[in-house]
Design a protein around this ligand. Structure first.
Ligand code: HEC
Length: 392
């Protein structure tokens, strides 16, 4: 029974991750499609279309058929019978992502969220801090959009405030949580904003437009404008969020000394690259945005490069007994008969010997273990494991 729960949780983790990826593709895919469509429309030439209120149209060929989408300025005169809505793509992405976050991080707060070298907090405090970070993220963002989203240059003022805000939020996460969690949570916070934009503004705005049409009134353009503002933000958030979601595979980035700077640089690079694609759809590709985006990511790569390790190197190949001492001290507390994290036990020389490549991978190559270096393994000990591995 003892080992059944971790096993089932591992399955839940895998299934939720799979689902999250699939629905995420559906959401981002349809969002990319509509941004492309909106920016690729041309004014109709046909007088009949113009008189119907069509402001832009496009011809496309795909999968053996010809498609001719048309965009109405505000709305068509009569509401179509069959109207397709897009919201489950977004909601299911958030729901599956949040469930995965609960299993992978909130269930083991002291291992996954807390790194005592970054900030010491108890498990309940860490859970509250993580949830608070997600919730506060939305309220601060929404307040920024409401406060600065009026008057002259509203879009520019909101954009500059949001860039500053995301930068500060990334810094805060990296100074509160273990690196891996900090990167993921910055992404999850922005993704929560994106989904809440759909739930709180975009879809209700569309419902209000339809309700006023049904009453025979002409819809208030504010709903369309606000929906548009929030969807533009969502577009620029996509690439940064996807990087943050993938970052947990790259310990060299989230464990870099100035990890907050690496996170900010790569996310800013992603947003600029997204801008290049949006401008390209409008037939005016901004190569400056592309060059700047690539440069920022280049600077991140330079910032995260590992410093040469200045160890007075132990050249003699260590014995298995020496390696066993290191493993006993640094690993066995989490990998033993009672607690076999990820179903791995490292108690006893035979188990160490037979899992040598795995140990080497985790300790020397990816440096993921010990998690957040909670057992304070030294560089010299990592080097010993490396030498021992190479001698086998
Ligand atoms: C604080 C607890 C803790 C310590 C200390 C620790 N581990 Fe782990 N280990 C874990 C957890 C939790 C996982 C599962 C991680 C995951 O799923 O991302 C894991 C996973 C692993 C894996 C499997 C990785 C995979 O995904 O295939 C290996 C191998 C491993 N640890 C080796 C070690 C070694 C070697 C040490 C000592 C240098 C060590 N661990 C120290 C908690 C710990």
């Amino acid at each position: 029974m003892d080992s059944l729960l971790p096993y089932l949780l591992d399955w839940a983790n895998m299934l939720l991750r799979w689902l999250h990826l699939i629905v995420g593709i559906a959401w981002i895919g349809s969002s990319f499609y509509f941004v492309w469509l909106d920016n690729s429309l041309t004014a109709p030439k046909d007088e009949k279309l113009k008189s119907l209120g069509v402001s832009g149209e496009l011809w496309a060929v795909h999968g053996g058929g010809f498609y001719n989408p048309q965009k109405y300025l505000l709305a068509p005169a009569e509401l179509p019978q069959n109207l397709h809505w897009f919201y489950w793509e977004s909601y299911s992405t958030w729901l599956s992502g949040f469930a995965l976050f609960c299993i992978a991080y909130l269930l083991s707060p002291s291992i996954m969220l807390v790194d005592k070298n970054v900030f010491q907090m108890s498990a309940p405090v860490a859970i509250l801090a993580a949830l608070g970070y997600l919730v506060a993220g939305w309220f601060v963002y929404d307040a920024i959009c409401r406060l600065f989203g009026v008057g002259d240059d509203a879009d520019k003022k909101v954009a500059v405030s949001l860039i500053l805000y995301v930068g500060i939020a990334a810094w805060v996460a990296c100074h509160l949580f273990a690196g891996r969690a900090a990167f993921l949570m910055t992404g999850a916070m922005i993704a929560t904003i994106m989904s809440a934009n759909v739930l709180v503004w975009i879809i209700p705005g569309q419902r209000k437009v339809i309700a006023s049409m049904k009453r025979g009134e002409s819809p208030d353009p504010i709903h369309g404008q606000r929906g548009k503002q929030r969807s533009v933000h969502n577009t620029y958030f996509t690439l940064p969020v996807l990087f943050a979601m993938l970052s947990n595979h790259y310990s060299g980035l989230y464990n870099a000394p100035d990890n907050w700077l690496v996170l900010i640089l790569v996310m800013a690079g992603g947003a600029l690259i997204r801008h290049f694609f949006v401008s390209r759809h409008k037939q005016a590709p901004s190569l400056t945005a592309l060059a700047l985006g690539v440069t920022l990511i280049g600077i991140a790569a330079w910032k995260a490069a590992p410093a040469p390790v200045g160890i007075t190197s132990p050249t003699a190949t260590p014995t298995l007994a020496q390696v066993e001492t290191i493993i006993n001290e640094r690993c066995v507390s989490c990998h033993n008969a009672q607690m076999a994290s990820k179903n791995i036990r490292l108690d006893g020389p035979d188990r160490i010997q037979s899992q040598l490549p795995l140990i080497h991978q985790q300790v020397v190559v990816t440096r993921l273990m010990p998690i957040n270096n909670s057992t304070a393994i030294t560089e010299e000990e990592r080097l010993k494991i490396d030498l021992w591995f190479k001698s086998q």
